[in-house]
Ligand binder design. Sequence first.
Ligand SMILES: *[C@@H]1O[C@H](CO)[C@@H](O)[C@H](O)[C@H]1NC(C)=O
Ligand SMILES: *[C@@H]1O[C@H](CO)[C@@H](O)[C@H](O)[C@H]1NC(C)=O
Ligand SMILES: *[C@@H]1O[C@H](CO)[C@@H](O)[C@H](O)[C@H]1NC(C)=O
Ligand SMILES: *[C@@H]1O[C@H](CO)[C@@H](O)[C@H](O)[C@H]1NC(C)=O
Ligand SMILES: *[C@@H]1O[C@H](CO)[C@@H](O)[C@H](O)[C@H]1NC(C)=O
Ligand SMILES: *[C@@H]1O[C@H](CO)[C@@H](O)[C@H](O)[C@H]1NC(C)=O
Length: 315
Amino acid sequence: MVKNYPTKKLIFILEILLVSAAHIMRQRSDFVPIKMLLHEKVLSIVKNMIGDCDGDSLLALMYLAIYESLDPEVGKTIWKTLSLACNKAEKLHLTSLQNSTSLPGVTVKLVPKQRLLSVLYKLEISTSITLGRPPSIVLTCKQIEEYIYDTQLKNELLIETTLLGTLSSIYDNTTNCPILKLTSQPPTDPRVYVLSAQLLSHECSECNGQKETFVNNLLAKSLELLEIENISLKSYHAINYWSCLSNVSIATISLLICKKLWPQLIRDDTELNLSILLGQKLVSLLCSGWFQGWHVRNFIDLCVDACFPNATAKR
Ligand SMILES: *[C@@H]1O[C@H](CO)[C@@H](O)[C@H](O)[C@H]1NC(C)=O
Ligand SMILES: *[C@@H]1O[C@H](CO)[C@@H](O)[C@H](O)[C@H]1NC(C)=O
Ligand SMILES: *[C@@H]1O[C@H](CO)[C@@H](O)[C@H](O)[C@H]1NC(C)=O
Ligand SMILES: *[C@@H]1O[C@H](CO)[C@@H](O)[C@H](O)[C@H]1NC(C)=O
Ligand SMILES: *[C@@H]1O[C@H](CO)[C@@H](O)[C@H](O)[C@H]1NC(C)=O
Ligand SMILES: *[C@@H]1O[C@H](CO)[C@@H](O)[C@H](O)[C@H]1NC(C)=O
């Protein structure tokens, strides 16, 4: 039945099926072959659309990226897909927020332009943070304040932009102490702390008195992140696999580093121990069955086992 649609419509139907199959597959392994069939078909159509510079080909790339973010078996190809999508978005002036002309194309007209940008932006930023590369599009808070009218959309975009701004100000190449920057204006997004865990080894005369505040904030935010993922993993939501794995593993590593480097600053050893084991359990849950996740799981197991020599025998 699906075969009778023209290619331009067929691609979106196949992509929606692919996204669903990749989502269901994480619970039911009998969907793996279905996903593989759909993936092959989708790739062959998308390849032919890459040269088109219209909104439909952008939308097709974005659905492909959404699928790739869900599928533990694809790994880093999302990087390439999103770069292509961002490049196309730039050519189509999608990032010029004041331009309200709709994008050329048929299916893309069904999606509000700013919603399309918001999905691309969020996916691009979470991927760039997860994979450790600079994002291909960056909006400024001023642009967002000025041109995005939908309040919810505006807030979502501001959170991502603020996260990027805070991270680059922590890591920028000035002489200011990064720990002082973090403790003088505490960010609310837990990811900022967790992504700053490497500052635990930072030493300077400026922030001596602030170390304890930093360590305690880092602990609290890592626990918060693990609790969020503990809940979200049990609900049957479509989650970005790589971003979720990165949230959980980086939070667990932060806890381990705190425990190792700053044991004298830790108030509650019991909660910390339990949370590290929870983190390990979540990583193991996320990775079981997926080849691409093995490395992360092995690494976390290695770190945790070094910390709790006796836990391994019990597992
Ligand atoms: C506004 O966006 C449309 C659709 O992408 C594009 O064709 C047009 O050139 C843009 N206008 C300006 C002034 O950037
Ligand atoms: C950072 O600053 C130092 C001293 O100002 C300079 O030597 C170094 O090249 C800079 N590094 C980068 C990556 O810009
Ligand atoms: C994680 O989920 C389990 C199962 O629902 C629950 O028993 C446990 O208390 C949760 N842990 C945290 C730290 O939220
Ligand atoms: C990762 O953590 C951030 C901050 O709590 C959250 O907004 C994001 O949704 C998380 N990602 C996933 C896939 O759970
Ligand atoms: C926490 O784990 C350490 C081993 O890393 C252990 O020595 C300590 O007794 C544990 N604390 C509690 C309260 O179980
Ligand atoms: C680990 O196991 C050994 C032998 O089973 C025991 O003697 C030791 O007390 C245990 N250590 C902890 C921290 O539980």
